[in-house]
Design a protein around this ligand. Sequence first.
Ligand code: ADP
Ligand code: MG
Length: 323
Amino acid sequence: MDKLLEIDHLTKVFTLGSMLSRVRITAVDNVSFYIKPAEIFALAGESGCGKTTAARMILGFEEPTSGEIVHKGKRDEKSKDKKVWFTEGVQAIFQDPFGTFNPLRKVERYFFETIRNYGLASDDGEAVELIKEKLNAVGLNYEEFSGRYPSEFSGGQLQRVSIARALLTEPTLLIADEPVSMVDASLRMSIVNLFKKLKEESGVSVLYITHDLATAYYVSDRIAIMFRGHIVEMGPVEEVLMNPKHSYTKLLRESVPEADPTKRWSERISLSESEHEEYLRQGCKFAGRCPGAMDICKSEEPKDVYVGNVFVKCHRYVNPTQP
Ligand SMILES: Nc1ncnc2c1ncn2[C@@H]1O[C@H](COP(=O)(O)OP(=O)(O)O)[C@@H](O)[C@H]1O
Ligand SMILES: [Mg+2]
């Protein structure tokens, strides 16, 4: 099987606090997954589980503490210049489209700039044709786009614009971190539908990062559920969401907390003390909230096991004879 992107035991440790009260948080803890060509893979979980940190490492914005990222069979290299080929064909879509564009610049300038930087057209006419093509792909037309400033678009339109811009370089992988959480609920489906269309028509893969299980269920092929740095369940989306195995997946299905729309891609989120305690927990991080927790859950980290084609990190599946 072909793998477009492979994440191998990726780990990120952050040190927080002052000299006197240092805490180390493993924001991403031994995370492994892969994305196939023309596949939508969702990374889901509530705020503060490590999704953005994982995405930032994949994009090269953040150095992993350990683990590897393999893109198109090539390994990530430490040196900055090697990152250029590494992320070639990868584009990011951010949570807040208004944060992506400078309010004082017409959005088309970003398009012309990208076209120039990547040498995508030989003259202005060709550049406009290319822009029209990409706007079309996201359901916008050039007339309603040309000459406008970011504030003249709605959130949903501007997110489409930022997807169109990402498409200029013909990426094979889009990394979209909460791309619809700032978009009107009524328009969310139409934006995630675009990912599906791009996958089906152009073979683009998407790492769809979200706390919203409804859109994840609708759009993705496979899903990984993250909790306090760990992937706790992963598999075909239908299996994971319709027949969840991990207690956290079950809980998440019932109550999906909203991501804070004021938090941007680069901004650090802050967790409550109890949430941080969960990060620091021995054993299973979810043991404190799990209705089925056993003694072993509080002392030993569960092993990664497969139940059929679903990955699950839970003691109840390591030793299924126990209740
Ligand atoms: N640069 C940083 N320095 C210290 N802690 C960070 C940093 N970035 C994220 N964190 C912490 O890592 C954890 C995971 O955060 P994040 O990856 O943003 O989660 P998510 O995107 O799932 O909401 C949180 O406890 C957060 O406070
Ligand atoms: Mg995030």
